[in-house]
Design a protein around this ligand. Structure first.
Ligand code: URA
Length: 429
């Protein structure tokens, strides 16, 4: 069928057959279908959605556009965790070593920062020498030897998604639930995992602002996972304030190391343990949620989680010596604090603006080629529900570029809503 006919079918709300979808996507990857034709199809999907048959076909086509990992030779349960993105969310860096220490294999393919949200890859790259661009052979070897590897999407994994995602990013077609779900899940399926837990974020710092949309997304992710034989659990959690005490690059790795050494904050550890429990139950390593939480706590207390993190660093070329002196690494040159403009309780934090501010501090990019500043980030001295006095510092911002710091601080003046009443928000729904 000629490409325009396929576009018209979707435009008019008709069902697309797998053959037609496959022909269109394969021709796009090979270059005989242009960006403008693919944009038209993506926009038609954006407006008309996809039925489940189309969705499963799309995922299958994206997975089979590249290589699929196979870890069936391993005796352990192979699993991964994914978050739909937030501010200060460093859970992957804590959870992956914890689970590997518990005996699971975690072949994790992570992303870079997207919009106002931080990316695990950008954070890991601040570890001196750490390579996120392992070849698939190196990736497999690392998982086989230590049970853990964390890399970025390679040319071999889901090339169709890679090309379509870049196009979606510049054509206003990111925010389509079937396109988001097929993009996330194709990469997870290509990892060759048996189990998956997805942290679907909801709130003013998440891509999904409302529970209803988050549920649609979560249910679709689960349906795709189960259709492709992956046991999939969904956790819905709040992104109405940043997670933990820092958001940025190296500062989040530092907080993750502190967490693995037993000094994590309540919110970060609660989410880590909840997500971890789902996978420990799937793997049948723990029989109950309580047992799974105790196991994770004991792995932290024994130092085995931190040791596994050191294995990960070593395997991927990172400097263990520098990690040992982690408190001295990437010291920022400049620091500024934002103070409370009145006394009262913190009732709300504008997490979206805080996320955007991390980007302008130097933690994110506006163009793919922009360099990032590993020293950049912020520390949250107060969080929602806490009492503050007028003039008390609320956020400490830091980086090594004074003009950027100056510009960012101005944006943060009004991110805190302070009032008379103490309000608490749920963390996990
Ligand atoms: N992350 C992905 O991998 N794909 C999307 O479409 C959105 C977030």
């Amino acid at each position: 069928m000629i490409p325009a006919e396929i576009i018209k079918q979707k435009r008019d709300g008709a069902h697309l057959s797998k053959d037609h979808l496959c022909e269109f996507i394969q021709d796009y990857v090979e270059g005989s279908i242009s960006d403008y034709q693919m944009t038209a199809l993506l926009m038609a999907i954006f407006f008309n959605g996809m039925d489940d048959d189309e969705l499963y076909s799309l995922v299958d086509i994206m997975v089979n556009s590249g290589e699929k990992m196979d870890f069936s030779n391993l005796e352990c349960f192979v699993a991964d965790k994914h978050s739909t993105g937030g501010v200060g969310d460093k859970v992957s860096i804590i959870l992956a070593p914890l689970l590997a220490a518990a005996g699971l294999a975690i072949p994790m393919i992570s992303g870079r920062g997207l919009g106002h949200t931080g990316g695990t890859l950008d954070k890991l790259e601040t570890i001196p020498g750490f390579r996120v661009d392992l070849s698939l052979t190196e990736f497999r070897k690392a998982v086989e030897q230590t049970g853990i590897a964390m890399i970025g999407q390679t040319n071999e994994i889901c090339p169709a998604d890679r090309k379509m995602y870049s196009l979606r990013d510049v054509t206003g077609t990111i925010e389509s639930i079937p396109l988001i779900c097929s993009s996330i899940m194709s990469k997870k399926i290509a990892e060759g995992i048996q189990g998956l837990v997805l942290d679907v974020k909801i709130g003013n710092g998440a891509f999904m602002k409302k529970m209803e949309d988050a549920k649609t997304l979560g249910n679709m992710l689960k349906r795709i996972g189960e259709h492709f034989g992956i046991t999939t659990d969904i956790v819905y959690s709040s992104m109405n304030q940043p997670l933990g005490t820092t958001a940025g690059l190296w500062c989040e790795v530092k907080e993750s190391i502190n967490s693995l050494k037993g000094n994590g904050t309540d919110d970060t550890m609660k989410i880590t343990y909840e997500l971890g429990s789902r996978l420990l139950l799937q793997a049948e390593i723990s029989k109950t949620r309580d047992e799974a939480i105790s196991l994770q706590k004991s792995i932290i207390q024994s130092g085995k989680g931190y040791e596994k993190f050191l294995d990960l660093v070593k395997n991927q070329g990172g400097s263990q010596k520098e990690i040992e002196q982690y408190t001295k690494l990437h010291s920022p040159q400049h620091t500024r604090e934002i103070s409370a403009n009145r006394s009262g309780f913190i009732q709300n934090m504008d997490t979206y603006t805080i996320g955007l501010a991390t980007v302008t501090l130097g933690c994110g990019r506006t163009k793919i080629t922009d360099p990032v500043d590993p020293t950049a980030g912020m520390e949250f001295l107060k969080k929602t529900g806490e009492k503050v006095q007028k003039g008390e510092p609320l956020i400490r911002c830091f980086n090594s570029d004074k003009p950027k710091l100056q510009n960012t601080v101005n944006r943060l003046e009004s991110v805190f809503q302070i009032g008379e009443k103490q309000i608490s928000h749920p963390l996990i729904y």
